[in-house]
Write a protein that binds this ligand. Sequence first.
Ligand code: SF4
Ligand code: SF4
Length: 485
Amino acid sequence: MVVKPVQNNFRDTLTTSRSDGSRAWLYPELVKGKWFFRRAWVAYILLASLLTGPFLEWEGHPVFLFDVLNRTFIVFGFGFSPQDNILFVLGILTFFVFIFAFSNTFGRLWCGWACPQTIFMEWIFRPIERLIEGNANARRKLDEGPDDTSKLTKKSLKFLIFFVISFALANVFLAYIIGKKALFAIILDPPSEHWVGLSFLLIFTGVFFFVYTRLREIACVIICPYGRLQGTLQDKNTLTVAYDIIRGEPRGHQKPGVVNNLGDCVDCNWCVKVCPTGIDIRNGSQMECIQCTACIDACDQVMEKVKKPINLVGYFTENEIEKKIPFRIRTKGLAYFGLWAILISVLGILLFNRTPVETVILRTPGNTGMANGKNKIANLYNFEVVNKTFVNQQISFRPVSKDAKLIWVGKEGFTLEPQKVQKGSFFIEFAGSERTSMTIPVEIEILTNGEKTDNVKTRFFYLPDPGQSHDKDDKPEDHHEEQED
Ligand code: SF4
Ligand code: SF4
């Protein structure tokens, strides 16, 4: 049996717009049931994590920082730099595979339970709005009523509080990007010293204010790309908030004690009235559904009142409703999760084996070697060292071959500050005839605070000056110069 929605025209219009294209403002009712309280726990824990994240420190450095301008990224206390491009690409890939795996099996659980947009809207802004303007009916009446003193007072108070909270959120958001010290400097120093930072603070405040006063569910229903992807990610075995159409239909008002052939849905519309995106879950799986579970709580309350089993609306797969096949993670989901497990293992291994400093050494381009005094030939190399840690590191290089001599351009060795990059040059010198070409592999050990932490392979190359006579067979094997790993 194929489950078909009772109404087929529900996809013709958006619940948030009228036929003339104007916005249809939604006034979702508040419903408190078991799912509401479960979600509240999750939301408050996530809110606390989100709001404190950029202010937490671990051994003197932030736990989270996404400083795009200075190219410094800290995730769970681990510092990353642009040189970690392999980790970055693998991390993104792992993230997307996880999204595929999770969404294919558990649907839009993220949207209803963990998305910051939902959490801020449903657990900060909407409760304040209810406190000031009242329940759904009172809010609708207020909006449709005259612009009297009461309305102006309520609206002004609401917008003022929304603005203050948006400003606070903008501060937190900026702290994720520039760090708490830079944020405090913007707040405490004279405004003229931080006009760029202050401008961004105001822009972010404006964006938050607009999103939570006007945009609201439009962000989820129209803008969010994750929402748009659901059609391709979900299938009949995906667990979603759904209406048990087999049990519920045919729907209709029912009188207690009267026997009829109606299904369990009493057509009270309570599930629609509580929906923050304004949809009717009884029409089946819809892109607008953010899986917030409000309709489950609403319908459970109705079912308890009419003395019927709860869960007419609940977490189901389509196959569970249609064919009574219980939910379990299917082959496709297992394949996604398997791939994700492989990727995350590789990521873990790479993270675990990550060196505290990363070094790139390249022979200076176009350099064909040089005679460096009698029977000595030399190559010039450029290096770039990144300190990925949060402490100073004393860096030095040492050639593995005893025949090679490393001569620094400038002072020998250097101290590298946390999360900084140092560039420089050095010569490698070998004993050899200035008339004989030479290409040999060279290995250089990287010493961090006197301990070997890495080694870099490159090449030493010498081509005599063409003006000098030399054997034709002395041609070098390889004119490329590159770090081999
Ligand atoms: S249909 Fe139900 S779960 Fe989906 S958004 Fe509406 S109330 Fe939330
Ligand atoms: S709340 Fe339950 S009974 Fe009421 S209309 Fe929705 S599905 Fe039907």
